[in-house]
Write a protein that binds this ligand. Structure first.
Ligand SMILES: NC(=O)c1ccc[n+]([C@@H]2O[C@H](COP(=O)([O-])OP(=O)(O)OC[C@H]3O[C@@H](n4cnc5c(N)ncnc54)[C@H](O)[C@@H]3O)[C@@H](O)[C@H]2O)c1
Ligand SMILES: [Zn+2]
Length: 362
């Protein structure tokens, strides 16, 4: 087991990474103020890991209230949040009850937001079960639900007390979901870790075959990157925004095709290629860097061509993006491979041209 720390003063917390961690109740119990937990999951994870983990906690003396919501990005909404609150109240959960999210990013975001506001905030622990949640969403304290007009529009910054990454959970993850997580891994290399990007180019086949050594390294290196950024800029006033590379386009894709049709990681993959091409158009990146990014994503089985929505529709969708400031679209661009920056004044015409020629071969 490796343990990293997200450095946030008295709210610092550990990220434990390794196989078999779901059997180690103490990793959770040592962070709980009271032996009561609400275990939030969905109908898919409940039979795979939820019931088992609940039994592990109960055997350790924890009273467990089980909270199950439907599975899917389309359920990251008010209805599910309300269902969680109803079950917390029915289960007599109090201010010292710990909410534990066990599932992918959808469950983590939903349960985290519930923890942030239930009784003005209760302790929260993340037990992520998708690759995307292991390397990204479970770390850093962003919680949210979607609004019909935009992703993650309603939410809060609320840090967990611990993140427990049991790498064995990836054994049951469908291939398409696994690839989606790789998109966020590639993102760290592209925006701030050129050596990691090169490592990925060399080891992508082993990673896709879920070789335990490659997988463990990729998860750890991603968490190190994420923890560093969050430790420096928890509330996204600066560097943290760079983690949104590919996401302005990506969120537009997710919303534009309807939540759930494209996976978040898939939309981010196609979004990163658009952002790389926009960077090239503005004179920052060269052709070979754009090609390297697209080639790596393709080898991971990810889409690199954005869906055929009209340019107007893309602009309409992007106008809801949280990076809009004073009505201006801001983009995360690459100055070079391994170095991102926030561009506040990207000409609309360059964005339009990039979107108009979105097929890779164009
Ligand atoms: N908070 C953040 O910082 C942050 C960062 C990135 C993404 N996100 C959010 O995360 C969400 C995407 O998360 P995701 O990709 O994990 O999707 P997800 O939570 O929808 O999980 C993907 C699918 O895999 C299933 N699943 C989960 N674990 C499994 C396992 N071990 N075996 C078999 N099936 C399993 C889920 O039930 C679901 O059907 C998006 O809503 C996105 O906005 C948040
Ligand atoms: Zn993302």
């Amino acid at each position: 087991m490796w343990t990293l720390t997200v450095q946030l003063g008295d709210r610092s917390y550990p990220i434990h990474i390794g196989p078999g961690l779901l059997d180690q109740a103490d990793l959770v119990v040592e962070r709980m103020p009271q032996m009561t937990a609400a275990l939030v999951t969905n109908t898919t994870i409940e039979p795979l890991y939820g019931l088992r983990f609940s039994a592990v906690l109960e055997a350790r003396g924890v009273r467990v209230v089980r909270v199950v919501v439907p599975d899917g990005e389309g359920y990251k909404n008010w209805e599910s949040l309300n269902r969680i609150f109803d079950l917390l109240v029915a289960g007599r959960c109090e201010r010292r009850t710990t909410i534990i999210a066990i599932g992918g990013g959808v469950i983590g975001d939903l349960a985290g937001f519930a923890a942030a506001v239930y009784q003005r905030g209760v302790p929260f622990i993340q037990v992520p079960t998708t690759l995307l949640a292991h390397v990204d969403s479970a770390v850093g304290g962003k919680t949210a639900i979607n609004h019909p007009s935009g992703k993650n529009m309603i939410g809060a910054f609320y840090q967990p007390r611990a993140v427990i990454i049991d790498t064995d959970t990836l054994e049951t993850l469908p291939k398409r979901e696994f690839a989606a997580g790789v998109a966020e891994i590639v993102k760290y290399g592209a925006i701030r870790d050129e050596a990691f990007f090169e490592w990925l180019e060399q080891h992508i086949d082993g990673l896709m075959a879920r070789d335990p050594t490659a997988l463990g390294y990729a998860i750890e290196r991603s968490c190190v990157n994420k923890a560093e950024v969050v430790g420096q800029d928890e509330r996204e006033t600066g560097e943290r925004a760079l983690l949104n590379f590919g996401h302005t386009f990506g969120h537009a894709i997710e919303t534009g095709v309807g939540y759930g049709a494209w996976l978040h990681g898939e939309a981010v993959a196609a979004g990163m290629v658009l952002a790389a091409r926009l960077s090239r158009r503005l004179g920052y990146l060269n052709d070979s860097d754009v090609t390297r990014i697209a080639a790596l994503l393709l080898r991971a089985g990810l889409p690199v061509d954005a869906p055929e929505l009209s340019v107007e529709r893309y602009f309409e969708l992007m106008s809801h993006d949280k990076k809009v400031e004073g009505g201006r679209l801001r983009f995360i661009l690459l100055r070079r491979l391994g170095e991102a920056f926030l561009a506040a004044d990207v000409p609309g015409s360059a964005v339009e041209e990039t979107l108009a020629q979105r097929a890779m071969h164009a």
